[in-house]
Design a protein around this ligand. Structure first.
Ligand code: HEM
Length: 439
């Protein structure tokens, strides 16, 4: 056991701190890494709440807790870890197991504030987890098993029982939270660690990543990116543009399940994408990149400067009529934009999914973990179908992937669907809890 406070001599100053922190989150685990990473923390990171029951009922209510940029867009935490967990026992969860997991989760909330510098997390459960019970999920929850969502993809369909998504601006906070969950620390930010989920869950897989200016640039020596290191210091994502402007995101209200026992929860789709950006950076022009990422009209009128900072809170995909021009742009100009196609799935002029995606160097390959929240998995399927553009060639089947948004630069490696229950049911839930009300 370790309290994460020692400073081993292995800490090396000469390598880039950002790159080092990213690799440490990716590798995970050892006390040496935790101790090294202690140096990235501010001297006094405040502690979390004394009474975790005062925290928001919606696990996914992150926006209030996060800082905003100069325009008012939410600034998401820079370091991420997805823990893929299998429930160890054959049967259904016991009261003791629930109490252990509840204590372990509350330990995180007592240790760190819910903020960029502190820790945000969600706990979610897969369709496979719920199969162990004799009863089904209520009709107010749409949680089908994952499936391939395009004729041109054949992803591995993920079947862990649960996924924990940990997020912080500090890689050391994310790593320490993981270590505390698995009983590898006695204390977490000065608070005692009283329980571990290790006896209840087996850690099947870790998926890691980052988002935010500087991190993609510092971590571009991976497969999928050209050796010329073209990723700019300014971009928060490998593809060179800012994403998730406030007005191109669903609100947290829109993605919340609003009735039944899981009211206050949401559904989560996680796809793991591999990126192939050689052509993007070495052959394609900036004009092509803006046209296929946003919309041809955005390229014609040079609406996007740099990474898109000039767009404020709204890339005006819909206001400029891009979605309704999708078919005409495809037929007449042979090119359509990713955001243009995806915006065809809007309702009341807003997207129906809330994107919390981030880049990755897992397997030493440029990737993106696309974490998407929506009221029902159907909302994700509808949006992804619009992004596929399989309707553009008329038969709804195969479609050319080049010049078709960003499809040719992505391969979907995995897909998984999960329920993010409201806080009151976040610990090993049954499918039919009796406690409906949001307190
Ligand atoms: C490497 C992968 C991806 C990158 C770099 C990317 C980037 C972007 C960018 C730059 C925008 C326009 C600006 C904005 O976000 O407000 C956008 C919009 C959007 N993207 Fe993606 N995206 C990726 C994958 C996906 C996937 C897999 C989906 C799933 C369906 C998706 C759904 C959307 C939606 C719904 C919008 C907003 C459309 C609207 O304004 O209504 N994106 N994306």
């Amino acid at each position: 056991m370790d309290d994460g406070s020692s400073q081993p001599p292995e800490c090396v100053d000469s390598i880039s701190r950002r790159s080092f922190v990213r690799s440490a989150v990716a590798v995970g685990g050892t006390a040496v890494f935790a101790a090294c990473l202690a140096r990235e923390r501010p001297q006094a990171l405040p502690q979390g709440v004394t009474d975790p029951s005062t925290l928001p009922e919606r696990q996914h209510a992150w926006n209030e807790a996060l800082s905003k940029d100069d325009h008012g867009n939410v600034v998401v935490p820079r370091h991420r870890l997805l823990l893929y967990l299998d429930y160890r026992s054959e049967g259904v969860p016991t009261t003791d197991e629930r109490s252990t997991v509840a204590t372990a989760l509350e330990t995180l909330e007592r240790a760190y504030p819910r903020s960029n510098e502190g820790l945000l997390f969600t706990v979610s459960y897969s369709p496979r987890y719920f199969e162990r019970f004799d009863v089904s999920l209520p009709s107010s929850v749409s949680l089908p098993p994952p499936e391939a969502l395009a004729p041109f993809e054949s992803p591995t369909l993920d079947t862990p029982d649960a996924v924990v998504h940990l997020a912080s601006d500090y890689g050391s906070v994310v790593l320490s939270a993981e270590q505390a969950l698995f009983g590898e620390l006695d204390a977490l930010n000065g608070r005692g660690v009283d329980a571990s989920i290790e006896g209840v869950f087996h850690r099947r897989e870790r998926r890691t990543g980052f988002i935010g200016a500087g991190l993609p640039a510092d971590n571009q020596s991976v497969a999928g990116l050209p050796a010329s290191e073209p990723v700019s210091e300014e971009t928060p994502l490998y593809m060179g543009f800012k994403s998730s402007f406030s007005k191109s995101q669903a609100s947290e209200d829109r993605v919340t399940i609003d009735d039944g026992p899981f009211a206050g929860g949401t559904t989560q789709h996680i796809s793991t994408l591999r990126l192939h950006l050689q052509q993007w950076y070495e052959q394609d022009s900036r004009r092509h990149r803006v046209a296929t990422m946003f919309c041809p009209a955005h390229a014609d009128e040079q609406r996007v400067e740099g990474v898109g900072e000039n767009l404020g809170t709204d890339p005006e995909i819909s206001a400029q009529g891009c979605p309704s021009n999708t078919q005409a742009d495809w037929t007449e100009r042979g090119r359509v934009g990713h955001a243009q196609k995806s915006a065809r799935a809007r309702r009341d002029d807003r997207p129906i999914i809330l994107r919390r995606d981030f880049n990755s160097t897992d397997d030493d390959t440029a990737g993106l973990h696309f974490v998407s929240l929506q009221a029902s998995i159907e909302d994700f399927v509808e949006t992804r179908t619009a992004m596929n553009g399989t309707d553009l060639d008329g038969d709804g089947g195969s479609v050319q992937r080049s010049n078709n948004g960003i499809l040719q630069y992505l391969t979907v490696r995995n897909r998984g669907n999960y329920l993010v229950p409201p806080r009151r049911h976040r610990v090993l839930p049954v499918p039919n809890p009796t406690h409906n009300a949001i307190e």
